[in-house]
Structure formats: C-alpha cells, structure tokens
Design a protein around this ligand. Structure first.
Ligand SMILES: Cc1cc2nc3c(=O)[nH]c(=O)nc-3n(C[C@H](O)[C@H](O)[C@H](O)COP(=O)(O)O)c2cc1C
Ligand code: SF4
Length: 550
C-alpha cells in the first residue's frame, strides 16, 4: 500500500469516495471508461496507472465485465450440488452467452441454483421463473431455517428499535473503561476467522492519539458456504449497527463504515434502511441521547474480490487503492483507513457486543467452552434436510448440529468442507470427535473459521474439489507474494494436467509446493489453502493416489 495514496484518498474520504466513484462509473456498461478513469486520476491527484490498477482488479469493474447482464453463482455449495449447468442452460434460452457472467458466492447455499439479475439474487425454484424475472415481473424470495440450541445471543426477534437502543443510552452514561472491561471479561474473540480477542484491538485504537478514528464492519463474507453474516445484516441489522456504535464510543470513533459485498444487494438495501431509520429517530448524528457522543454510518458496496475480506486489503479497497494485502506493522489500530486508527471486525463479532453490554461480560463468558466463549452461528447448505442458520453455544457437538438441527443429510455425503475455502475438509468418521469451538477444530487439524458447512457428496470426485480450491485461490490471489500468486496457479495446472492426460503428479514436488505456500505466503489465502488439500490427501488417499506418481 502507499501511505501517500491513503492520504490523497483521505482528502475527500467519504465526501467523494474514489472507490464508490469507480463503481458508479461502471454502472452503465460494466466497466469504467478510460476517459472517466483519467478524470478521476486528475481529480484525486493520482497516477492513471493507480486508477487502472484498481479498476482492473475487481470482478465487477474490470473490462471483462462489460455487457454482463446475469451472473451464475460458482461457489463451492452450488458446485457440489451440481445445479449450475442446468441453470446456465436455462439462462442461455433468455440471454446471449456473452451476457452471462459468474459470481462467487451469492450466499444462497441452502437452495442452490443461485443467480443474480438486475441487482437482485435468486435461488431454488426461481430457476422456473427466469422469463418473468428478466422482465422484472416478479421477485422470488429465498427461504431458510433459522433457530438456536442453547443461549440466544444473536437470533432473538427485535422488540422495537427505540427499546433496543436503550442499551446504548445506558452505555453512554458509563465510563468507556468500564465498558471495555466488560468486553475483556466476555472473552469475545473475532468470528471472521482468526479468533483474535476484540478487546485488544479496541483498547489499542482507544489508546492511539488521533482526532479521527474508524470502526469498520467487515461484511465481505466471501467464504463460499457461509451466509451467517448475510443473515445478521438482513435479519438482525440493529445488533450489528448497535455493536459498531458501542465499539465506536469505547475507542473514540465517530464513523462506522460497513464494507458489504456486492453479491449481497439485499443486505446493502436493508442495512441502509436501518441506518435511515436511526437518522429519523435521531439515534445517530450529533449529541446522541443528549451526550457529546457523535456517530454516523457509511456503507461501501464492494465490487467482487474475495481478498477484500482480508482486513488490510479491505482498507485499501475503501481508499480506492488496488486491494493488495498490507505488510504489518503498522497495524490498522495504529494506521488504518486513510492512515487513521481503525478497528476492523467481523459482522458476527460486532453483533455480540449489545448482548455483552446489556448482560455483562460474565454472562457471555459463562456460555461456551474454555477460551471459546459465547455462541456461534453455523451455516448449513442444501445437502441438509433442514438447511439454514443455527446459533449454538460454543462447544456444542458437531453431531448435534448435523443431526438435531440440520436433520441429517438428504443424500450420502463423504466429507464436509467446514470454515470456508481455507477451512479443513472433515471426513465423516471425524464428526463425533468435533465440537463447534476454535480449540476442538484446530486440535484435530481443521479450522472453525466462519463455521459454514459445504457438503461433498459421495459421487463428487475429491480431485475435482481440490482443483476447484486451487482455481479459486488463483483467481482471488491479490498477487502481492509469489508463493500464493504462482503456487496457486501451478497447483491448479498440476491437477488439471493429471485429470486431462495420463500425467502423474510428483508427490514430493506437490508437498514442496504446499509447504512453500504455507510458510511463505504473506496472508492466510496462500498460507491457508494447503490445509484442506492436506486433509483431502490424508483422508482420501485411496481415491486420490491414482493421480500421483509416488
Ligand atoms: C483471504 C482472507 C479473507 C478473509 N475474509 C474475511 C471475511 O470475509 N470476513 C471477515 O470478517 N474476515 C475475513 N478475514 C479475516 C480478516 O482479515 C480479519 O481478521 C477480520 O475481519 C477481523 O475481524 P474479527 O476479529 O471480528 O474476526 C479474511 C482473511 C483472509 C486472509
Ligand atoms: S497470500 Fe495471496 S492473497 Fe495473501 S498477500 Fe500473498 S498473494 Fe496476496
């Protein structure tokens, strides 16, 4: 990242945001014109190459996006469900081939058949309504289960907005150190993948000296199979917003930025409506509840890049820079958005804060198991009898989630990919050894991650699944470090060659490739991919050995 570019972008910050301008410029044709990019380069006093470097990075800004009218989900769950070839064929009856693009993933893993048209997502039976959808005659909503087993922290119905924000009103009468202490006591750890305690980050940003600080909600939920953040944004919006406001109050931030993925258009609309409601009710703005606390929100709609879920790439993205992962230190809490102290947290992490402030850190810490306190949302895909979003206490046996909540499987499954593309591939024989908490998964050689479950059915070749993971990483790599940039492409080529010819992959070379990626990559995209690949080799050696020479 360039510190200077952060400063330049920060001059206009949100009054005229460079990244949003690029999105606006691409609205009509699918990519910003060269002339418009030149105008923006002059206006923001940046080089043309910088602007082009940004625009050409994103799926929905790059020149290849020109003319696309409909997008088919190519995420892992739709792929293993095998629904997308028929969907594409049906779409071809109504659209030209060059008008059909791809999106990954639409968060419709519970229904599959997922596609995106005219700024809306569709799935399940909507495949039968393509003509009406194209003509904007109907809107088909998706359906999924949502319930809980254990304590309800995130899945209760909202009584009334005014009542709910009394939690904030009370919090504003307390010293910030008292609120921070509740967060510490709660043991709340980040739900975005790394499990880092939230109180550390908020305290660090609180101690940083700056007139301007930011709290950023990472709503880029790019993990195929995960749709729990979508659930929270669409159905528990005020928990997320209130969590951000309390975090902002503690650290001294007056601006909350929600970076929401473009693949979730409904979430963007619903969240904006909730923010508008708060403005009308004067719960955001200046002197909130007659105190000297000021706070406002800004939604930034992403443009299709998985790496923007990584927190430093996300910050560069908001600044309109090419979203390459930043080397740390400096950490975002010291030098984040526009070089100001910034805390980035996942949607679910932030949504836990109101419960903690209302009930006390102790009450939250009592839920769960060991260092994994509180509850966790789990996303179940369409292979479950009852797909949906379920809230469970940390430490709940995985078998309870699968059998009691999910109702078991609709067909024979050989493995589950849990925790996104960088999570582990869990074979069926491991189910009874795992519980939903950080420690159980890592001790068994897997990763809890977002706790999304994508099923791999008995008849789905594991080699094809591995190929998909390499291809995904090669497409999404930010290119900053070579172990990931080159390693993911080489891995994909090796698998493809073994599938399309009698070529056998040298096992030692393949292991070297995985080790290089694991220890040499700058972030957890390149560094995390080897985990599921190694799991597959360990547990599905009989099936995979035919593709290797020794
Ligand atoms: C490749 C990659 C993708 C990521 N995607 C997400 C994401 O979609 N959502 C998220 O909250 N965190 C994601 N993260 C983790 C973030 O970098 C960061 O740790 C997180 O937003 C911090 O919030 P938390 O502490 O509340 O989890 C990703 C990390 C990597 C390396
Ligand atoms: S591991 Fe991949 S995504 Fe992460 S910094 Fe390196 S090239 Fe970028």
């Amino acid at each position: 990242m360039s510190k200077n570019l952060s400063e330049l972008s920060g001059r206009k910050a949100f009054d005229k945001n460079l990244f949003e301008e690029l999105g606006r410029a691409a609205k009509q044709s699918g990519t910003p014109s060269t002339e418009k990019m030149e105008v923006l380069a002059n206006e923001f006093i940046m080089g043309k190459a910088n602007i082009y470097g940004t625009a050409s990075f994103y799926d929905f800004l790059r020149p290849e996006n020109q003319g696309k009218k409909v997008y088919v989900c190519n995420g892992s769950a739709c792929m293993t469900a095998g629904t997308q070839t028929q969907l594409k064929n049906d779409l071809l009856k109504n659209y030209k081939a060059e008008e059909i693009g791809e999106m990954c993933c639409l968060g419709r893993c519970h229904e599959n058949n997922a596609f995106h048209v005219n700024g809306k997502n569709y799935s399940g039976d909507a495949i039968n309504e393509i003509v009406n959808i194209k003509n904007k005659k109907i809107n088909v909503l998706d359906k999924y289960n949502s319930s809980s087993k254990g304590t309800i922290v995130l899945t209760s119905a909202l009584s009334s907005t005014n009542d709910y924000y009394k939690i904030l009103q009370t919090a504003l009468t307390k010293p910030v150190d008292e609120l921070l202490s509740e967060l510490k006591t709660s043991g709340l750890r980040g739900r975005g993948g790394a499990g880092f305690p939230i109180s550390f980050k908020i305290e660090s940003a609180k101690n940083a000296t700056s007139k301007q600080k930011f709290i950023v909600c990472n709503a880029d939920e790019g993990d195929p199979g995960a749709y729990s953040d979508r659930y929270l944004l669409e159905q528990q919006t005020h928990s997320v917003l209130l969590g951000m406001m309390i975090a902002g109050y503690i650290m001294g931030a007056d601006k909350g930025v929600l970076y929401i993925r473009a693949e979730y258009p409904e979430a963007i609309e619903i969240t904006q409506n909730a923010i508008d409601e708060l403005r009308i009710k004067k719960i955001i703005g200046e002197n909130i509840f007659d105190t000297n606390f000021n706070f406002d929100f800004k939604i930034i709609a992403a443009q299709g890049a998985y790496i923007c879920g990584e927190e430093t790439a996300l910050l560069s993205s908001i600044e309109g820079q090419r979203p390459e992962v930043r080397v740390r230190p400096p950490y975002p809490t010291q030098q984040g958005l526009f070089n100001k102290p910034t805390v980035v947290n996942n949607v679910e992490t932030l949504a836990c804060i109101p419960y903690i402030i209302k009930n006390g850190g102790d009450a939250f810490a009592k839920i769960g198991k060991g260092k994994s306190t509180g509850t966790k949302l789990v996303s179940l895909d369409g292979f479950f009898v009852k797909p949906g979003i379920y809230e469970v206490d940390m430490g709940t046996p995985l078998s309870d989630v699968i059998n009691e909540l999910g109702g078991g499987f609709k067909s024979k499954i050989k493995a589950m990919h849990i925790g996104g593309p960088l999570g582990g591939i869990v074979p069926m024989q491991k189910i009874n050894e795992l519980s939903i908490d950080f420690e159980s998964f890592s001790q068994n050689g897997f990763l809890l991650g977002h706790a999304s479950i994508v099923c791999i059915p008995e008849n789905f070749p594991m080699i094809k699944y591995i190929e998909h993971l390499f291809q995904f990483t090669a497409h999404e790599s930010c290119g900053k470090c070579f172990p990931c940039r080159l390693g993911s492409t080489r891995g994909f080529e090796l698998i493809e060659k073994s599938l399309t010819s009698d070529y056998k992959i040298d096992k030692e070379l393949f292991t070297d490739l995985l080790t290089t990626m694991e220890i040499g990559s700058l972030c957890a995209l390149g560094g995390g991919l080897p985990l599921p690949i190694k799991n597959a080799i360990t547990y599905f050696n009989e099936e995979l050995k035919q593709y290797f020479s020794k």
